[in-house]
Ligand binder design. Structure first.
Ligand code: IMP
Ligand code: MG
Length: 422
């Protein structure tokens, strides 16, 4: 299978967790390269539901090495919890998980600042997951962050944390928030550090050694293309590079070592949090929520929903160099007679075929729709491409063609066997 980067081609929650779980069977190592526990990857195995936030979904398969790369920001207490929850249900984590010593640590002051800044923004809030992701990456860029290597070295950690708490308490006080107790943060983080220490490693060297020995690696993206810090609908984005390039910087594996990029998308569009969603549509949102679908895995928030936006996915294909497409949640459209697809944005006199950088321009864009016939029949029991309703096959082919990449997989439900290969 060689080295594969898997990215979300929309605004996150494309069903990447499920596709990663299926693809993991063919690889040796799965690597997370960006984001933190803002992510929520849901995987169903039999009757059991697993929601992973930091640990790669590959952990659910025995004998696969999972790596949390240098590009990830780690809440160590959350990570220990996640490990313990998995081990409680019999999933082996120790021995199957490595954590980069260069990954940055998320602290309670990051979460406090995230929440404070959001509430100060009022109407203009981003709608973050309040996991402290933005402030943690902010500290990384400002060169004031602490890394996993600091967390597992008691003396160094104490000295550095003392300074960070001092500075951040001043900021928190100025913002009208409660200052943090150094001792409380220190002791809880040190305990987590001790627990994680055996897993912390130089993951760059480890990955290169494994590649030398012929290992195939899957780089699993979190969030989606339009939440990318550089290429998304800024400032309504997350604070990392969710596009394919992030897999390289976030792991230390060079671009010319990557063999293919798989984009995951839904046959409709969703977004959780604030910011533009050109094809947003109340009717399709009501329909999907009524089916019990499209509630956030991390925050439980109802996701905003809309028609498939081919302008966005085409743009995503360019940004990520998408070779192959996996379309999940096909069964979400099973009850429709007609399906609309946005093929262009009309902005005044101009017709745009890409997502404009300027949000003011984007807000003046009207989606141009083309209607396609729905199949209006359940697909969740179907297991092969040939037995899918012809209208479903044709719809899938059309959205893949509009996106500009080859359709290789689709999925008609959360179970492993509800995956159809072309
Ligand atoms: P943050 O990453 O918590 O700072 O949130 C920034 C934006 O990204 C908000 O709109 C979040 O809802 C969104 N976001 C962050 N992580 C995810 C995810 O895993 N799936 C979908 N949206 C996400
Ligand atoms: Mg998610």
């Amino acid at each position: 299978m060689a080295n594969t980067i898997l990215v979300g081609a929309q605004w996150g929650d494309e069903g990447k967790g499920k596709i990663i779980d299926v693809l993991t069977e063919e690889v040796d190592i799965v690597v997370r390269t960006q984001g933190g526990n803002n992510a929520g990857h849901t995987v169903w195995i039999g009757e059991k539901k697993y929601v992973l936030h930091l640990i790669p979904s590959g952990i659910l398969r025995e004998d696969k090495l999972c790596v949390i790369g240098n590009g990830v920001v780690i809440d160590p207490i959350g990570l220990v919890q996640e490990i313990e929850e998995l081990e409680r249900v019999g999933i082996r984590v120790s021995g199957n998980l490595l954590i980069s010593e260069a990954a940055h640590v998320v602290f309670p002051y990051h979460r406090e600042l995230d929440a404070r800044r959001e509430s100060m923004k009022g109407q203009n809030k981003i709608g973050t997951t309040k996991r402290g992701i933005g402030p943690a990456y902010g500290d990384k860029a400002a060169r004031t962050g602490l890394r996993m290597i600091d967390l597992i070295n008691p003396e160094r950690f104490e000295e550095k944390l003392r300074l960070r708490i001092k500075e951040n308490n001043e900021i928190l006080r100025a913002l009208g928030a409660k200052p943090l107790s150094f001792k409380k943060v220190h002791d809880s983080y040190r305990a987590a550090g001790d627990r994680l220490k055996p897993l912390v490693a130089n993951t760059v060297i480890h990955l290169h050694q494994a590649m030398k020995n012929g290992a195939d690696i899957l780089f699993e993206g979190a969030q989606g293309t339009f939440l990318d810090l550089d290429h998304g609908t800024y400032p309504f984005v997350t604070s990392s590079n969710t596009t394919a390039g992030g897999a390289c910087t976030g792991s230390g594996v060079a671009p010319n070592r990557m063999d293919r990029v798989i984009g995951v998308m839904k046959p409709y569009t969703t977004r959780v949090g604030e910011g533009p969603l050109p094809t947003e549509n109340a009717q399709i949102a009501d329909m999907l929520h009524g089916m019990g679908r499209e509630f956030g895995a991390t925050t439980g928030r109802a996701r905003r929903c809309g028609w498939f936006d081919a302008v966005a996915t085409r743009h995503a294909a360019i940004l990520n160099g998408i070779d192959e497409l996996a379309v999940t949640n096909l069964d979400g459209l099973d009850t429709l007679d007609t399906i609309e697809v946005c093929t262009a944005y009309k902005c005044g006199e101009k017709v745009l075929e890409y997502v404009p950088v300027d949000l003011e321009t984007l807000s003046q864009c009207e989606p141009v729709y083309t209607a396609f016939p729905g199949w209006n029949t359940p697909t969740d029991k179907i297991r092969s491409w040939k037995t899918l309703p012809p209208k479903a096959r044709s719809y899938l082919k059309i959205i893949a063609e509009m996106t500009g990449a080859e359709l290789t997989m689709t999925s008609v439900g959360p179970a492993r066997d509800q995956t159809i290969f072309l």
